[in-house]
Design a protein. Structure first.
Length: 517
């Protein structure tokens, strides 16, 4: 523990291990107490460092977190990006080093401006606010990378009741509050300030008690009868996905599986199940439209779409409805290098990674209408979009059902697809709505308003998932207020910490201690 508190390479190495341990709190391991341990140790590691020492400690923590938690990126770069083992490893290290700055900068802010060792209560609250602010910034800056948030660890834990109240970020705040609060409680005990222990435990226990009381509370209610669903999982290899000679085979596969399926209200195909621009296969869509209409079914499928915008042809990753439904949705949040290439004039052609099929998409507009199927409004999200809490909340508030389609074949048998599924489950819990999740190779599933999977198809299996979903109306508090209450709380805490820090520096020396490495 002493090495973790003081500067030097030993403490930084321990920080890497602590950051990597975060992965154990999330899917597929789901050992949620590790989230508390990780945040608590990270807080302790910064308590006595100077601002510039804190930068290195935060960066090392971030390297461990993203190096372990996003190791599936290496698989994509190597197996589908055409990069050698060494080159893929280099890109993975470069990515990890860059994104670890999301923890280096907040660590500096904490040590320089916000740390308040004189007041354990203010210190606990302010660090919790900084923790959740870091997560929010990580999901916004340069289109964001909203992955590995601590709040997801509680999907099967005691804090799930908070998700409909304030979303996943409220859970992250409470995790940090609890972890740091327990650390400061130990310091109080060490200083023999026992009279504060009871009050401290009560304060820390309040959010957990509220969550447990609301864990099974239903914020939304049915707006209609259950709808039957069939979701097709084609399990098509990524190497075959965009091969021109495989096009007819893939179109035939989804057609034949649909023809052989049981009659249902909603028939769902995954992302880019039709791997060619919609305008190029209008006859195919006309056939499937007639088939769905004759069955009184709404068929929803992913398909690339080409549209005119500002007198130019633009390509979109889309989802459309035929049969007893209507509407087309164009993906708003695109995956870098997978769906668009930053600095493409420079990078295109260098290696396969920068020239993947369908990597020239344009982002769809933010004011799109919901999909309509069987008279209900469906909020769609395509692949990566479901990991953006605020985007999902904006769409969910206008809907009766949630739908996410994806193609996680890019990530093989890594932990990436299971992390992706966990985040989709959290979106259902936050909104109090049923979600249909249709994927190419898993995990295709139906998720209830409590974020629980009711039925699923195993990964890497071809099949048809059957089940029922219930359209829901009314809004959870999170859909009504979004993150504004938490934002106001965090800003208030930052202001208080800055004021206290400024006043204390007028009368005392800086609270941190400089060590020689």
């Amino acid at each position: 523990m002493q090495y973790l508190i003081t500067p030097g390479w030993r403490g930084n190495l321990i920080a890497v291990v602590v950051g990597a341990t975060t992965t154990l709190a999330l899917a597929p391991f789901n050992l949620w107490p590790f989230a508390l341990v990780v945040v608590g140790l990270f807080y302790i590691s910064l308590r006595e460092l100077s601002p510039y020492q804190a930068i290195g400690r935060g960066w090392c923590f971030g390297c461990g977190l993203f190096g372990a938690g996003t190791s599936w990126i290496y698989y994509s770069i190597h197996h589908f990006g055409g990069a050698s083992v060494l080159l893929a490893g280099f890109f993975m290290l470069l990515f990890t080093a860059a994104i670890a700055c999301f923890f280096a900068i907040p660590a500096w802010l904490w040590a320089r401006w916000l740390r308040c060792n004189e007041s354990p209560l203010i210190d606990t609250l302010t660090f919790s606010a900084l923790w959740v602010s870091q997560e929010a910034f990580q999901g916004w800056f340069l289109t964001g990378f909203p992955w590995l948030y601590s709040g997801y660890s509680q999907l099967d834990g005691p804090l799930t009741g908070l998700a409909p109240l304030g979303g996943m970020w409220l859970i992250s705040f409470v995790i940090a509050l609890t972890a740091v609060g327990l650390c400061n409680l130990l310091l109080l005990l060490e200083k023999k300030r026992n009279r504060f222990v009871g009050v401290w435990l009560v304060l820390l226990g309040i959010p957990w008690t509220i969550s447990l009381a609301l864990k099974h509370y239903t914020w939304t209610s049915p707006s209609g009868a259950p709808l039957t669903v069939a979701a097709i999982q084609g399990n098509i290899e990524q190497s075959m996905k965009w091969a021109p000679e495989q096009l007819n085979a893939q179109l035939s596969l989804y057609r034949d599986m649909s023809f052989s399926s049981k009659p249902v209200d909603l028939l769902v195909w995954p992302e880019t199940a039709v791997p060619i621009f919609k305008e190029s296969v209008e006859d195919y869509f006309s056939m499937m439209d007639k088939f769905a209409a004759n069955r009184h079914t709404a068929l929803i499928t992913g398909v690339p779409i080409r549209q005119d915008m500002l007198h130019q042809k633009h390509h979109f990753n889309g989802v459309t409805v035929v049969g007893e439904g209507r509407g087309t949705y164009l993906k708003q949040k695109l995956v870098p290098f997978g769906e668009y290439v930053p600095l493409q004039d420079i990078l295109r052609g260098l290696i396969t990674l920068f020239d993947l099929p369908m990597s020239d998409f344009t982002s769809g507009p933010s004011d799109q209408l919901m999909l309509e199927a069987k008279g209900y409004q469906i909020a769609p999200s395509i692949c990566y979009e479901v990991v953006y809490p605020e985007l999902a909340a904006n769409l969910s508030a206008k809907s009766d059902l949630l739908l996410t389609i994806s193609n996680d074949t890019w990530f093989g048998r890594s932990i990436g697809p299971l992390q992706h599924l966990q985040m989709a489950q959290m979106r259902a819990l936050e909104s109090g709505r049923w979600m249909i999740r249709s994927t190419n190779n898993g995990v295709t599933s139906l998720i209830n308003p409590f974020g629980q999977i009711t039925v699923q198809i195993p990964q890497f299996k071809r099949g048809i998932l059957y089940g029922e979903v219930v359209p829901m109306h009314k809004l959870t508090p999170y859909l009504q207020w979004r993150s504004w209450p938490l934002i106001i709380l965090c800003l208030s805490l930052f202001s208080s910490a800055l004021l206290i820090s400024r006043l204390s520096k007028k009368t005392t020396s800086p609270t941190y201690t400089y060590y020689k490495s």
